[in-house]
Design a protein around this ligand. Structure first.
Ligand SMILES: [Fe+2]
Length: 214
């Protein structure tokens, strides 16, 4: 029985975005958690999965809701985590990697901002498994444009629900405010986690499996 709970974040540490805006956003996030529990608690009985038409069916509805809610939960967990808690001075190995990859911090911010302005859902700093380099990817919704085997480091929500209450249509100002709230300790912890995991996967020649084989 799944009973996933929303994570708790300290919104008092966020500067320039109102508590009301953040609380309303958090409510949406808790809704994704609720729906994910509901979907994952759907029993494996034929009456739940034999209606499977690809245009419209019970199974199709469940599967579309599943990817949307899983990614909605994961992305918001990462987003709220990397914008709360202070530690807002760019620093550490991830900062060095960003400067190395994008040429300068200013260029990175300019690029991240532009990606954020161009998308309807998310802008994400990630390390991809193909080249193991930093990329800023974008998506129009939680599960549209998602990339598999790509490790997310910095998540920026650019849905209108993330800023419209405080910033109206001025998404650029919201993005600038979000950037000032980035928790660089969180980014460095994620970066370190990726490095350690990738070293482990290299040791096992990429055949990583979460289950014990013995
Ligand atoms: Fe959101």
């Amino acid at each position: 029985m799944y009973n996933l709970k929303p994570e708790i974040f300290d919104f008092n540490t966020v500067k320039g975005i109102s508590k009301k805006q953040l609380d309303e956003h958090y409510k949406l996030y808790t809704g994704y958690v609720t729906k994910l529990n509901e979907i994952w608690n759907t029993p494996y009985v034929p009456s739940n999965y034999t209606d499977n038409n690809p245009t419209y069916s019970k199974m199709r509805s469940i599967k579309l809701g599943e990817t949307y809610s899983i990614d909605g939960v994961k992305l918001h967990n990462l987003y709220f985590e990397n914008m709360t808690g202070g530690n807002n001075t760019p620093c550490g190995p991830i900062f060095n990697a960003i400067v190395n990859e994008f040429g300068s911090y200013a260029t990175f911010i300019s690029y991240l901002t532009s990606v954020g302005l161009s998308m309807r859902g998310w802008a994400i700093l990630t390390i991809d498994s193909i080249d193991r380099k930093l990329h800023v990817t974008g998506s129009d919704s939680h599960d549209n444009g998602a990339i598999w085997q790509s490790f997310p480091l910095l998540i920026m929500d650019v849905y209108e629900h993330a800023y419209f209450m405080d910033f109206g249509t001025d998404r650029k100002k919201y993005i600038a405010t979000f950037i000032e709230n980035i928790n660089w300790d969180v980014l460095n912890q994620r970066f370190e986690k990726y490095i350690l995991q990738s070293q482990f996967m290299d040791m096992n020649k990429g055949r990583y499996c979460p289950y014990s084989l013995y």
